[in-house]
Design a protein around this ligand. Structure first.
Ligand code: 9MR
Length: 350
């Protein structure tokens, strides 16, 4: 049986069908509901962004702009990326992300000015006199924050300065400059862009444990001494086997808010381990953790929003870091919404 009278009709049909399929996959892969609902609730829903998929995968960019109203460069603003040689800065990649955010009306959370990791060899290979090291850090911060003056809404100024025992972490900065490097870093960043919101960011400090107490003591001291700090970033790299305790997280956010500090959930991912593909029960448990944290954030006096550490399960740092599969984010490897995504949209819609 001949369906098409002319071969050109078959071509029209094929092109039309292709177009309809494209529209269907597009709208299914990325609905934009999450971003709209977050916007209406006055919070940010963000994702960390990796350069490789950002530059090579059109769906990645599209999903990022449709589902999120904030982005955090996952690596592109780290010291070794921005300042690879002593006299050389390279803003190329980070500039692309900032321009993308502007084009799509997204906030930018800058990550990170001071960290003990991702330092370039030129910095770590030499023993610096303290005043030279101080100049290096000071001018790194001022150069980067001035470069993004008015374009980066908030910064992780100091990241992970407290170790597992609640002590100040051994690092090139603590060893060379003493504990004052923390407050000085906030002063330098504030000087370079007085309107940018400045955060202390750390992991394993969500509830009321020893580390959370050490973070609280550190930022309380900064606030009391007039250091220009605006908030605390709670990373939230957790798992369904070891979820954060909602009451303790709420209590911790509340005491930080009482100091006059904002809180943002900066790097959320909830590991479910192993199984490929993960079963429904695990996906539901994961959804519950995301929902709990969203409910806490919405109920808090000042929780600015949640950023997931990656756009989709295809891009999470966990599988390649721990060399095993996992699915810790809101969208699956094909950018399809998971139960965690729906849990967030339902919570926001209420
Ligand atoms: O996800 C990031 C990964 O791609 C990098 O290789 C790694 C080292 O720079 O950093 C990861 O992100 C970390 C973030 O910068 C700070 N908090 C912990 C994150 C996960 O390790």
């Amino acid at each position: 049986m001949k369906i098409f009278r002319h071969s050109k009709h078959a071509v029209y049909f094929a092109v039309g069908l292709g177009f309809v399929l494209l529209l269907l996959t597009k709208s299914y892969a990325s609905t934009g509901i999450l971003r709209d609902l977050a916007q209406q609730s006055g919070i940010t829903i963000g994702a960390s962004v990796l350069m490789e998929p950002f530059e090579n995968d059109a769906v990645y960019q599209e999903t990022l702009a449709q589902e999120f109203n904030s982005l955090t460069p996952e690596n592109a603003m780290k010291f070794s990326h921005l300042h690879p040689e002593k006299e050389t800065y390279d803003f190329t990649n980070a500039d692309k992300l900032v321009a993308f955010a502007k084009e799509h009306q997204m906030q930018v959370h800058g990550h990170v000015l001071v960290w003990h990791r991702n330092l370039p060899d030129w910095l770590t290979d030499e023993d610096w006199y303290p005043n030279t090291l101080e100049k290096i850090l000071k001018w790194h911060i001022i150069t980067v924050v001035e470069h993004y003056h008015g374009q980066v809404d908030s910064w992780d100024v100091v990241n992970e300065a407290i170790d597992e025992n609640g002590d100040l972490r051994d690092s090139i900065w603590l060893d060379g400059l003493g504990s004052s490097y923390i407050e000085e870093s906030f002063h330098w960043a504030h000087r370079a862009d007085p309107n940018a919101k400045l955060f202390y960011n750390d992991y394993r400090g969500a509830g009321l444990g020893d580390k959370a107490n050490a973070i609280y003591a550190l930022v309380q001291d900064l606030v009391q001494r007039g250091v220009p700090i605006d908030g605390v970033g709670i990373q939230m790299h957790r798992s369904i086997q070891d979820p954060p305790n909602p009451e303790r997280v709420a209590a911790n956010i509340s005491r930080l808010n009482e100091l006059g500090l904002s809180v943002r959930i900066t790097e959320m991912d909830i590991q479910i381990y192993g199984d490929e593909p993960p079963d429904d029960e695990k996906l539901q448990a994961q959804a519950q953790v995301y929902q709990d944290i969203m409910e806490i954030c919405l109920a808090a006096v000042d929780c600015t929003g949640i950023t997931t550490w990656g756009v989709s399960d295809q891009h999470s740092w966990i599988p390649y870091t721990f060399d095993r599969p996992d699915a810790p984010l809101l969208l699956d490897e094909n950018y399809q919404p998971k139960p965690a995504y729906h849990a967030l949209t339902e919570t926001l819609a209420q």
